[in-house]
Write a protein that binds this ligand. Structure first.
Ligand SMILES: Cc1ncc(COP(=O)(O)O)c(C=O)c1O
Length: 514
C-alpha cells in the first residue's frame, strides 16, 4: 500500500517508487504529514521570513544601487562571524544573512544590469526553483525522483524543438555552458576515438591518438577549460583566422583540416560570441568539417536562442547539422542559476561517456535516468525551473523575450553613441553591443581612450543606476552592452543612458586628467 510505503527507510524505497500513485491506494484519512512533523513550525517561520525578505528585495529593487555598494572589507567584517557553539533559530539566520550581505548583492536580477551575459529569473522559474529546494529531490535517477526525471525529459524535448535541434538528440541538464561543453566534448572524445578502435572509457588517453580542436580566436574560455578538464591539453587547440565579422574563415578551416588528415578533430563553432554576438557560418562550415570526419561542437551559450525568434533564426541557419551543442538556461531563458544544457546528436556516444551502473541503484527500463547523461551523480532537479520558464513564456513569449532584448540592446547602444565622446564599436546584431569613450585631449592615444573608457565605466557604476562591464576587443578597451533580462524595459534603457550621460558630465571632457 502506498500509505504504508511512504515513511519507509531506504531498503524499501524502491518498492514505493514502483507503486503507481492511484487514488484508490490512498486511505480515506489521508497520508498524514510524514515529512513535516519534525520541525514543521520552524520550517514555516524560516520560509515565511525568506518570502518576506524576498518580496522586499524585489519591491525595493529600483531604489538599490545596481553595482556593489559594500566592499570586500565590509562584507568580510559582517559575514566572518565566529562560528557559534550553539545554533540559532532559522528565521534569525535568514534575517541576519539578508542584513549581512547588503551591498554585496549585485542588481543582476533587475532590468538595468548589462554586465557579462546574465539573465534574471522569470517568476514561474524562480518559484519552481524555490520548490525544487523544498522538494529537495536528488535528480540522479528516475527512482530518486520520478517527477524530476519526467519533467526533465519533457523540458529537454521542448528545448530541442525551440532551438531547432534534431528530436533524436540526447541531452543533459548541467550547471552551465561550461559543463555542457565538458559533457559534449566527452561524447566527442568517445566517438572520435572509438572510430579509431580506441575505447577511451576503458583505456583512458594514455597512448591514444591525440585529439585536436580547431576554432577561431572568438572561442570562450569555458571551452578551453573543458579541453583541460578532459585531459585533451590546451596546446592541442589550434586558433584559425576569422573575418571582419569575427566568423571563422571557411578556407582556413578547410586548410587546417587538410593539413592533418589523421588526427581526430573537434571543430568548435560559435553561435553568438561574448563580444559582438558573432555567428559562424554553419551552413558552410559544418559540411566542410564533416567531409573530413570532424566532430562539430557549437558554443551557443546565449546565441543559440536566436533559433526561437523568426527575426533572428537566420543567424543559426544550418546549426542543426552539428554533432553537439551547449547552451544556458540561466542566460537568455531567464532561469535562475545554475542551469545549462548539453545536446548531442549521437546519443550512444553520449551515453557511453556518461552512464553508470551500480548494484545499489535501481534503473528504470523505460524512464530516462539522468545519470546516464550527466557528469554528476547527486544533483539538483534543474528541470523544474526550466519547465516552468517554458510554460510561463510559451513559444510566443520566448520569441518576444529574444526580440525585445535585441531591440533594447540596439536602442541602448544608439543612445550611448549619441553622447559626446562616445563611440560605437559594434551595433548589436543580437543582444550584444560595444561602445567606448574617447579622451578628447588633442593627440590622445589608444591608451588614453582605454583609460577614459575604464573611468567612464567606473563612474557609471558609482551612480548605482546601471551596471556595465569592460573588455578588450580588437586591441581596444570597450564597454559591453549586454541585454539578457526579461525585466529590462525601454524606460530602463533610457535611465541607463541618462546615467552614462551623467557620468560623462561628472568626469568632464578629459575624465580624471581634466
Ligand atoms: C559564449 C559563452 N560560452 C560559454 C560561457 C560559459 O557559460 P557558463 O558560465 O554558463 O558556464 C559563456 C558565459 O558567459 C559565454 O558567453
Amino acid at each position: 500500500m502506498l500509505a504504508k510505503c511512504l515513511p519507509l527507510a531506504d531498503a524499501r524505497l524502491a518498492l514505493y517508487f514502483e507503486c503507481n500513485v492511484r487514488e484508490d491506494l490512498i486511505p480515506a484519512e489521508g497520508l498524514g504529514s510524514p515529512v513535516m512533523d519534525q520541525g514543521a513550525d520552524e520550517t514555516r517561520r524560516s520560509l515565511e521570513a525568506a518570502l518576506s525578505k524576498a518580496l522586499d528585495f524585489f519591491d525595493r529593487a529600483s531604489e538599490r544601487p545596481v553595482a556593489a555598494a559594500s566592499d570586500l572589507e565590509h562584507l568580510r567584517a559582517r559575514l566572518d562571524k565566529p562560528l557559534r557553539a550553539e545554533g540559532l533559530p532559522p528565521e534569525r539566520v535568514v534575517s541576519e544573512l539578508v542584513e549581512d550581505v547588503a551591498g554585496g548583492i549585485l542588481g543582476s536580477s533587475g532590468g538595468r544590469f548589462f554586465g557579462w551575459v546574465i539573465g534574471s529569473a522569470l517568476p514561474a522559474a524562480l518559484s519552481a526553483d524555490w520548490l525544487t529546494s523544498c522538494w529537495d529531490q536528488n535528480a540522479a535517477l528516475y527512482a530518486c525522483s520520478p517527477a524530476a526525471a519526467v519533467v526533465e525529459e519533457v523540458a529537454g524535448k521542448w528545448l530541442k524543438d525551440l532551438l531547432g535541434l534534431p528530436p533524436e538528440a540526447s541531452f543533459a541538464f548541467v550547471s552551465g555552458c561550461q559543463m555542457a561543453h565538458t559533457t559534449c566534448l566527452a561524447a566527442a572524445r568517445q566517438a572520435l576515438l572509438a572510430r579509431r578502435g580506441w575505447d577511451v572509457e576503458e583505456r583512458g588517453l594514455y597512448g591514444a591518438p591525440a585529439l585536436r580542436v580547431l576554432s577561431s580566436a572568438q572561442r570562450h574560455g569555458s571551452f578551453e577549460r573543458a579541453v583541460r578538464l578532459l585531459g585533451l591539453g590546451r596546446s592541442h587547440i589550434v586558433l584559425l583566422p576569422a573575418d571582419e565579422g569575427d566568423r571563422l574563415r571557411p578556407e582556413a578551416l578547410e586548410q587546417a583540416l587538410k593539413s592533418d588528415l589523421s588526427s581526430p578533430t573537434v571543430v568548435l563553432l560559435q553561435a553568438g560570441d561574448i563580444h559582438i554576438g558573432a555567428y559562424d557560418d554553419f551552413e558552410t562550415l559544418i559540411p566542410v568539417a564533416h567531409r573530413r570526419q570532424a566532430w562539430v561542437h557549437v558554443d551557443g551559450a546565449f546565441g543559440l536562442w536566436a533559433a526561437a525568434s523568426g527575426r533572428h533564426r537566420h543567424l543559426v541557419q544550418g546549426v542543426e547539422e552539428a554533432d553537439s551543442w551547449a547552451t544556458d538556461g540561466h542566460k537568455w531563458l531567464n532561469v535562475p542559476f545554475d542551469c545549462g544544457y548539453a545536446f548531442v546528436a549521437h546519443p550512444e556516444a553520449h551515453r557511453r561517456a556518461m552512464s553508470h551502473r551500480a548494484a545499489y541503484i535501481a534503473h528504470h527500463e523505460e524512464a530516462r535516468d539522468e545519470i546516464d547523461w550527466n557528469p554528476e551523480w547527486s544533483r539538483r532537479a534543474r528541470g523544474f525551473p526550466t519547465y516552468a520558464a517554458l510554460r510561463q513564456l510559451g513559444r510566443a513569449g520566448l520569441e518576444a523575450l529574444i526580440d525585445r532584448c535585441c531591440e533594447h540592446a540596439r536602442a541602448h547602444v544608439a543612445g550611448i553613441g549619441r553622447l559626446p565622446g562616445a563611440e560605437v564599436l559594434w551595433e548589436p546584431v543580437i543582444n550584444q553591443g560595444l561602445v567606448r569613450f574617447l579622451d578628447g585631449a588633442p593627440g590622445a592615444r589608444q591608451e588614453d581612450h582605454d583609460r577614459r573608457t575604464e573611468e567612464v565605466i567606473a563612474a557609471i557604476l558609482a551612480t548605482g543606476e546601471a551596471f556595465f562591464g569592460g573588455s578588450t576587443w580588437r586591441g581596444r578597451r570597450a564597454m559591453r552592452v549586454s541585454v539578457c533580462s526579461w525585466r529590462t524595459t525601454a524606460k530602463d534603457v533610457e535611465r541607463a543612458v541618462a546615467a552614462v550621460e551623467r557620468a560623462l558630465d561628472a568626469l568632464g571632457p578629459r575624465g580624471g586628467n581634466a
